[in-house]
Design a protein around this ligand. Structure first.
Ligand code: GDP
Ligand code: MG
Length: 309
């Protein structure tokens, strides 16, 4: 969109676009999104498949608005939740202007990389696709990346191939510079200063879920869903948050609570600290654990938990 300030003699063009971040679990998609936004928008955990929902992260600077989406894994779904995630991930690819395909493979693409590449839009459809080879801080010599860079050109005509480290602010800045060059002219979709399309409530649920994933290992994590039931202003100073952590089995509930409630206490402390940081205010967090059998296979439950439309 071109805005002509005739009295100022300046032509001001705004550019905007949707940028999808795709790739296998654990390659650094959420790290890249958080780094680009310099805030914690997507939750990070060492466990794969952490991101269930598409969170849009918005960066507006220098006449450009970039709307990033961290897509959940594109892989063969095992249950209804997995199917929903795949559908969302694919529609994100279709809706985007630029796709960042991330990998951390140094020498070759594996089957799963090729599976994702096969789901990329056909070349020449007006979308730009970049290959990001992440975690180069773990590569001793640049030359070691040559095989995968050579191979890349034969599997897809990537517009850019970018070896980088998503933990390096300088690299992130350069990446943003390259993205800006590919952004189409267009209006801003969100107000300047807005960081994400998600509600405060959603962010709180994701923080709590992240702390569950960090604290309990065993087989609990993938059965967990979090729902904020109520947020109440207590006097001027404190926000009281009542949230439920759902698990699928009684045995999981016991693990989650821990000996004398130790695990739950730890989860609550960690979550509260992050929520307070996000909201810049004092928070009281009340967490309950409930068993909800087979919620991942129940469409109504999934809707209520916000995982299906
Ligand atoms: P996602 O599943 O693709 O979203 O991956 P995450 O962003 O959650 O990252 C997975 C793990 O890789 C985390 O422990 C990150 O700290 C780590 N990580 C991400 N990017 C880099 C990088 O450039 N270098 C190194 N060494 N680790 C990274
Ligand atoms: Mg992630």
């Amino acid at each position: 969109m071109r805005v002509n300030y005739l009295d100022m003699g300046v032509n001001s063009i705004t550019r905007s676009g949707f940028i999808a971040i795709a790739g296998q679990p654990n390659v650094g998609k959420s790290t890249l999104l958080n780094g680009v936004l310099k805030e914690k928008v997507a939750i990070i955990s060492r466990k794969p498949e952490t991101t269930r929902d598409n969170i849009k992260g918005i960066l507006t600077e220098g006449g450009c608005q970039m709307v990033f989406t961290d897509t959940p894994g594109i892989h063969r779904p095992h249950d209804l939740l997995g199917k929903m995630m795949l559908i969302r991930a694919q529609s994100t690819l279709l809706e985007s202007d630029i796709i960042l395909l991330m990998t951390e493979k140094k020498t070759a693409f594996d089957r799963e990389d090729l599976n994702i590449i096969s789901r990329l839009p056909e070349p020449g459809r007006g979308k730009s696709v970049f290959l990001i080879i992440n975690k180069t801080d773990r590569v001793k010599q640049k030359e070691l990346l040559l095989p995968v860079i050579k191979k890349a050109g034969t599997v897809y005509p990537f517009d850019e191939i970018i070896p980088m480290c998503a933990l390096n602010p300088g690299h992130l800045k350069k990446l943003i510079g390259i993205i800006k060059k590919y952004l189409p002219e267009g209006p801003f979709y969100y107000p300047e200063g807005q960081l994400t399309d998600k509600s405060e409530r959603f962010m709180i649920e994701e923080i709590i879920r992240e702390k569950v994933l960090l604290t309990v290992h065993e087989e609990v994590p993938h059965s967990v869903a979090v729902s904020v039931e109520q947020m109440v202003e207590e006097e001027e100073k404190t926000l009281k948050i009542y949230a439920t952590v759902f698990v699928e089995r009684t045995s999981q509930k016991a693990i989650l609570i821990g000996k004398k409630g130790a695990s739950m206490k730890r989860i609550g402390e960690l979550a509260r600290a992050d929520i307070e940081k996000m909201l810049s205010r004092h928070v009281y967090l009340d967490l309950w654990v409930k068993v909800f059998e087979r919620w991942k296979r129940d469409p109504r439950a999934m809707r209520e938990m916000g995982y299906a439309d």
